[in-house]
Design a protein. Structure first.
Length: 86
């Protein structure tokens, strides 16, 4: 039997806010930078994450945000872990 691990607080993730501040980008800019590194995402998709309206986040988007953040895997993992309730 698998126990419930964690639940997400909100898809309005602090990680997206961190990337936007660090790179001085709008949602359009984030989408554009993600597309440059091969992540197919629309500005509207980023808007959904920013508003907290998304129900999930694609793994490739999450990995792209890590790359744009400039954080190490360890730092990014700690930030991501903080997005969830135990």
């Amino acid at each position: 039997m698998v126990e419930k691990c964690c639940t997400i607080k909100s898809m309005k993730m602090k990680i997206l806010d961190y990337v936007k501040k660090k790179q001085e980008l709008t949602n359009y800019g984030v989408a554009k930078e993600l597309r440059k590194i091969g992540v197919e995402v629309t500005t509207q998709g980023i808007d959904q994450y920013d508003k907290g309206a998304a129900r999930s986040m694609r793994f490739d988007v999450l990995l792209g945000l890590r790359k744009l953040s400039g954080l190490t895997w360890d730092q990014f993992g700690k930030m991501l872990e903080g997005e969830f309730e135990q």
